[in-house]
Design a protein. Structure first.
Length: 136
């Protein structure tokens, strides 16, 4: 009986471990400059701003034609499955609205030479940032 329980336990453990999938695998890196628009939706379309982001194998830098936002600056990034994580390495003045900084985890879709980067904020007040970029 003890032998049967041991075998059942080992089979169960093997099935459980075999069913695990890796969702944090890095798929690839981006290189080159992408340009396009940034939109912030907060109950309605906030208007588009022209942006550009240059990617190296692990870093990014960029800017926009607006002094208010988005604040892109420079830092590192990591792509995992359907998301991209930006770590902005720039210093900002105290009181800066950090939701305006390209920083943190965003959903990520790459289609041909285009990138679609999106993040939704809030539970009560809906706010969405959308970057639509094309490789230059």
């Amino acid at each position: 009986m003890k032998k049967i329980l041991t075998i059942l336990f080992l089979i169960s453990a093997a099935c459980w471990l075999g069913s695990c999938t890796r969702t944090n695998e890095t798929l690839h890196t981006l290189t080159g400059t992408y340009a396009g628009t940034f939109d912030r939706y907060q109950w309605k379309d906030g208007g588009a701003t022209t942006v550009h982001i240059s990617f190296t194998e692990s870093g990014f830098s960029g800017g926009s034609d607006s002094s208010g936002f988005p604040l892109i600056c420079a830092g590192t990034y990591n792509i995992s499955v359907d998301s991209i994580l930006f770590v902005n390495s720039c210093d900002y003045a105290p009181g800066t609205d950090m939701t305006r900084v390209l920083n943190g985890k965003y959903t990520f879709v790459e289609k041909g030479d285009s990138l679609f980067i999106r993040r939704v904020y809030g539970d009560f007040v809906y706010q969405e940032d959308v970057y639509r970029l094309r490789k230059q």
